[in-house]
Design a protein around this ligand. Structure first.
Ligand SMILES: *Cc1c(COP(=O)(O)O)cnc(C)c1O
Length: 419
């Protein structure tokens, strides 16, 4: 459920007409709904109200500091995957003790930064990383809390680019080897606290069974670790719960919660979750204007001022985003069109073979479900300044990131011979 809809014949973000935002701020422009973010967070967090748990919103889905701050104020922790995300999380007001740090390629200075801030735990993805964290903790006179990210070898039945829990993926450590690493670390890596087991199997998962399978495997590992005298306190189940972009029918967080709680019974752990998409995905839209329309070889094209550099998902995964006209069409008439951007790549499309009402130059469109992996995956390709970001709350909105300028495009660049 989200708060983007028509009122009369005009499209609104909560209490603000999107036409108003577009004419004030320009396009392309991301618009986030604070009430939707809060609603999604509460639905997810509420699903675990009966058991010890911590929701750590996954910053990579949408890391604008206003988005982070909105969720942090609701009690959320943050799941980070880089030093840059740690910086953002702290800037947005996150408590270090509610931050977990995942990712296969943490650099030493990132590890040191996170240790110095006192984060809740590192989700460790390789034996070498485990040893580097131990050395870094020792060198700085600290201890580092860690979980090993187990690769449970389950098929999340999602797009291959966002499957992470299969044996052949680069993520995590296969569970037999993970057990050996815990035992080794307990004996020899004296600056580590072995506090958790972690597992994140993929993204945009629309069935419960992969999560349940992963929990059964991690549950068995936790029991074995207890027998080895390693007292695991946290089970981090990662993120990955899917959302509705088109026709998908993912389980409601409440149902996901009931299944997970049943599987976790008797484990005696605090559950950690790292939801990203399910919180932010349907809490954002991308506004764009039609520049031109044309026909080529019998195909109709709508050329808009947003492109693959603003929203990569259609080009990268062939993913679907609904498109709404800011003015409700007067008739039910529709035409099949490709909605494309100005970038010099045939892969630059936002929608293909889509039935849309008649559109003309100047018309404003809302590209739906772009709150997650929208702005955070954007780039400056074709020297396009990145879009503005706006947050609506009730009848008001504020610009939470200014549109980039041409000057921003060359920041840090120098002519070769200048001093
Ligand atoms: C991307 C990611 C998440 C968030 O995934 P969603 O599908 O957006 O919920 C959580 N944990 C880790 C380790 C990730 O890489």
């Amino acid at each position: 459920m989200h708060f983007f809809d028509y009122r009369g014949n005009r499209f609104y973000a909560e209490g603000v007409a999107v036409e108003k935002i577009a004419s004030d701020v320009g396009t392309p422009c991301y618009v986030y709904s604070a009430k939707t973010l809060v609603r999604h967070y509460r639905a997810f967090d509420g699903a675990f109200s009966g058991v010890p748990h911590l929701v750590c919103y996954s910053a990579k889905a949408n890391s604008n500091i206003s988005v982070l701050n909105t969720l942090i104020k609701e009690g959320s922790g943050v799941d980070i995957v880089s030093g840059g995300e740690l910086y953002r999380a702290l800037k947005a007001g996150a408590e270090p003790k509610r931050i977990v740090y995942s990712g296969v390629g943490k650099r030493e200075e990132e590890i040191e930064y996170a240790i110095s801030k006192g984060i809740l735990m590192f989700n460790v993805e390789s034996p070498e990383e485990l040893r580097l964290i131990n050395r870094t903790a020792k060198r700085t006179g600290k201890r580092a809390p860690v979980a090993i990210r187990v690769n449970p070898d389950v098929d999340p039945k999602t797009h291959p680019y966002i499957s992470t829990g299969l044996r052949q993926n680069k993520f995590g450590i296969e569970s037999g080897q993970a057990l050996k690493e815990y035992v080794y670390a307990k004996r020899y890596l004296k600056n580590l606290d072995l506090v958790g087991v972690d597992c994140h199997i993929g993204s945009q998962i629309t069935q419960l069974s992969p999560f349940v399978d992963a929990m059964k495997k991690t549950g068995r590992l936790i029991a074995t670790l207890r027998n080895e005298g390693i007292d695991i306190r946290y089970l981090d189940m990662g993120g990955g719960l899917g959302i509705t972009y088109s026709e998908e029918a993912p389980p409601h967080p409440g149902k996901y919660g009931r299944e997970v709680i049943r599987e976790a019974e008797g484990l005696g752990v605090t559950l950690i979750f790292e939801p990203g998409r399910v919180i932010a995905g349907n809490a954002g839209i991308l506004l764009a204007r039609v520049l031109y329309t044309k026909e080529n070889g019998g195909k109709r094209f709508v050329i808009i001022d947003a492109a693959m550099n603003d929203l990569a998902r259609p080009s990268l995964y062939g993913s679907y985003h609904a498109i709404k006209a800011a003015r409700k069409p007067k008739t039910g008439e529709e035409f099949e069109v490709d909605v494309v951007g100005p970038i010099c790549e045939s892969g630059d499309f936002l929608a293909r073979s889509r039935e849309l009402p008649p559109l003309k130059s100047g018309d404003l469109l809302a590209i739906m479900s772009t709150g997650a992996y929208g702005f955070t995956m954007s780039s400056n390709y074709n020297s396009r300044p990145r879009a503005a970001e706006v947050m609506v709350d009730g009848d008001e909105y504020s610009v939470v990131r200014e549109r980039e300028t041409y000057r921003d495009l060359v920041r840090g660049e120098k002519l070769k011979y200048s001093t």
